[in-house]
Design a protein around this ligand. Structure first.
Ligand code: ATP
Length: 258
């Protein structure tokens, strides 16, 4: 009989300590301690202006913290730039669609695969040189149900399909941590349910942190939920526990459900 090997992965994949961001003295994120365990789906919720997007920006290097630390997978990434953080294995899909309308779906994926930091650096390179990424790009499109649209321009996609394409682009880096900013924002019921299924399938073998206002989405996906209010952590725990928390009901969920 072999003995249980102590888990080497017991530390959270992502951890912030006392993370704070001030804008001219206004604390948008205030002393946030966040621990995201490996292999989990973790939701960030909270009313408008609670600090969720600011927190995402701090995790991905788009903003520099005023104080506090961010650790990811054994690295201190506090204050590092996005192009230093992304290659460590953090990918982000944005709340606002950021596609090139005239480019085909396949070209979007080929460009994303060609660049360790996403689309930013190599868009001017000849598309022909990107053909070696064709197979993988088709696999990624297949994962999000868009393989049959590979040669179509992004402009021809419906809104929900554009969001799915953005998920495929985020997956191109094979990230350890996938950050999704309101993956179901602006979607009808059908697309919301499709996206829930998609995020579940994409989360296999990786860690996901997402922001969403839709409690059906949060309840369906999240292993754990962190509730932010006025830049601070109001509650943290499994969904059922958090949604029963009186402070959370008062601050947020009550307003949604009642
Ligand atoms: N660059 C900035 N300069 C000044 N104030 C800012 C800046 N960015 C955000 N804030 C403020 O910080 C607070 C938190 O904003 P943030 O966008 O992080 O909230 P949120 O939880 O993502 O909200 P929403 O759900 O509406 O997206 C808000 O009061 C916002 O006005």
């Amino acid at each position: 009989m072999h003995e249980e090997v102590p888990a080497l992965t017991a530390t959270p994949l992502l951890e912030t300590r006392s993370l704070t961001k001030e804008f001219r003295g206004f604390r948008a994120v205030s002393g946030v301690d966040l621990a995201v365990e490996r292999g989990t789906i973790h939701a960030l919720v909270g009313p408008n202006g609670a600090g969720k997007t600011t927190l995402f920006n701090l995790l991905t290097g788009f903003l520099t913290p005023t104080s506090g630390t961010v650790h990811f997978d054994g690295h201190d990434i506090t204050g590092k730039a996005p192009e230093q953080i992304a290659p460590l294995g953090i990918a982000r899909s944005f709340q606002i669609t950021s596609l090139f309308e005239a480019m085909t779906l396949q070209e979007h994926l080929e460009l994303a695969l060609a660049s360790p930091t996403g689309l930013a650096n190599q868009w001017w390179r000849s598309v022909a040189r990107l053909s070696r990424f064709r197979k993988r790009s088709l696999e990624l499109l297949d994962q999000v149900g868009l393989a049959d649209r590979a040669g179509a321009p992004a402009s021809s996609l419906a809104y929900g399909q554009k969001r799915a394409l953005e998920l495929a682009i985020a997956m191109a880096l094979d990230p350890k941590l996938l950050l999704l900013d309101e993956p179901t924002a602006g979607m009808g019921l059908e697309d919301v349910d499709r996206t829930i299924g998609l995020v579940k399938s994409l989360s296999a073998g990786r860690t996901v942190v997402f922001v969403d206002h839709n409690m059906h989405v949060v309840g369906s996906l999240a292993d754990r939920v962190t509730v932010l209010q006025s830049g601070q952590v109001l509650a943290e725990g499994p969904y059922d526990q958090v949604r029963a928390d009186e402070r959370v009901i008062t601050a947020y969920l009550g307003a949604v459900h009642e």
